[in-house]
Design a protein around this ligand. Sequence first.
Ligand SMILES: C[S@@+](CC[C@H](N)C(=O)[O-])C[C@H]1O[C@@H](n2cnc3c(N)ncnc32)[C@H](O)[C@@H]1O
Length: 445
Amino acid sequence: MSGRRRHRRTAVGEATAPAERLTLTIDTLGAQGEGIARRGADLVFVPLTVPGEQVTVDIVGRGPGGLKGRLVEVMAAGSDRIEPPCPHYGTCGGCALQHLAPAPYAAWKRDQVITALAQRGLSEVKVGSPIIIPPGRRRRTAFIVERVDGRIIAGYSARASHRVVDIERCLLLTPALDQLRDALRRFAGTWLKEGERWRVHATESEGGLDVVIAAGRQKSGGLAIAARRQLAGFADEADLARLSWQNSETDPPEPIIVRRMPQLMLGGVAVELPPGGFLQPSAEGEAILGDLAVEGIGKAKRVADLFAGIGTLSLRLAAVTKVSAIDSDPRLIAALAKAAGAVGFSGRVETEVRDLDRRPLAGDELEPFSAVVFDPPRAGARAQAEALARTESVERVVAVSCNPATFARDARILVDGGFRPIRVVPVDQFTYAAHVEIVGQFRRV
Ligand SMILES: C[S@@+](CC[C@H](N)C(=O)[O-])C[C@H]1O[C@@H](n2cnc3c(N)ncnc32)[C@H](O)[C@@H]1O
C-alpha cells in the first residue's frame, strides 16, 4: 500500500465536539493493539493505527495510561498497514488488528507474551512463533439482537459505544454461525418490542447449532406455553440442534427443544455440550492446545487436568495416561464423566467438582501426579501455582492461559518453586483481537 494514501475513518459518536484535534506520529503498538503516540509528556492511545504512520486524531478523553485519541484520518500510512478485509472494520468493536500485515501481526502477538514475562523478570524465556488460526474457524460467539427505531438489528457492539452494529457478514465465524443472524432477525421481529434486546450465545457442534437466547430484561419465571411453541418453531425453521432460554444472566439456560444432541468430538470421544458451557473458540485451536498438553506431560504415569471443563485436554491426555479432571462447574464435569464412561474410559478418567481457587490441589493430594496441566480463566491459577511450587513430587507442569499477564505471574511462581520453562507457544485463537492464548511447558530442575 502506498505510504501516501489517505484513509478516512468513520468516527464513532461524531455528534460530540472534539476537545482538540492533533496530527501525530504513531511510535508503537500497545497492549490492546492500539497505536501509541507522544504529545509532550503524554502518551496518546489511538486504536486502528500502526507504527510509523502520521495520523490526525481527536482527543476524546483521558484514561489511566494517557490520552485517548480517535482516528480521524491516516495522513501517511505505515508500512505495516494493509486494507482490512471486513466491511464492518472500524465501526464494529470486535476486531482490533485487521489492518495489521501478517508478519507484524504475528510479531505483536508474540511480543505480548515476551513483554508480560519480562515484567515478571523472565526475559530469558524463549517464546516460540505464534501458531495462527485463520479467520472463518470461530465456532462460538455471542450476538446482540435488538429492536431500535422499529428495525431488528443483529450483530456486535460498536467500537467505543453501546450502539450495536448490524453485521452482514463476520469473517471470523464458521459459515453456519455466520448465517444464523438472518434467522434470528426474522424470529426476533415476531418477539422483541422497541428497546428490547437479547444476547444470543451460539455454538457450532457436530449435531448443528446450539443456541441460548438470554433475555436479560425478562422477569424470572416460566415461559408461557405459547412462547415455548414459538421458540420451538424457530428452532425448526433454523434447523437448530438445540434451543435454550435464559431469563437472566444468573439463571441457568433452560433447554426448550433438543432436535439433535449438540455433541463435540474431543480426542475422538463424543461429549454432550451443556447449554452455554465453555468451549475453546475453534476446533483447530483446541487440537493444538491438546497436542501441546500431551507433549508437555512427557511419560507421566498419572496427570491432573485442572480447570478441565468438558475435558478438551483430559480426553486427549487419557489416550496416553490416567487423568484426574477437576473443574468447579458441575455441568461440565458431568458431561465429561458421561462421555468417558460411554467409551470405557472410566478407569482412565476420574472427575471431581471443586473450586481450585479456594481449594487448590496441594500437598499429599499432588503425590500421585508426576504431571499437572492447568487451564484457568483469565484471572489465572495463582493458588494452584503456589501449591505446585511448594511440592517436590510433580515433575512437569503445562500451563494453558488466555491472559499473558496472569500467565507470566503464574510462571514466575513456578520458576521460584524450582520449575524451568521448556517451551512457550502463543496460539492465536482470537484472530484479529488483542487476546493471545499461550501454552507453557515447565519441568522441575
Ligand atoms: C479456560 S476454561 C478451560 C476449560 C478446558 N480446559 C477446555 O479447554 O475446554 C476454564 C475452566 O475453568 C473453570 N473454572 C473457573 N473457575 C474455577 C475455579 N475456581 N475452580 C475450578 N475451575 C474453575 C471453568 O468452569 C472452565 O471450565
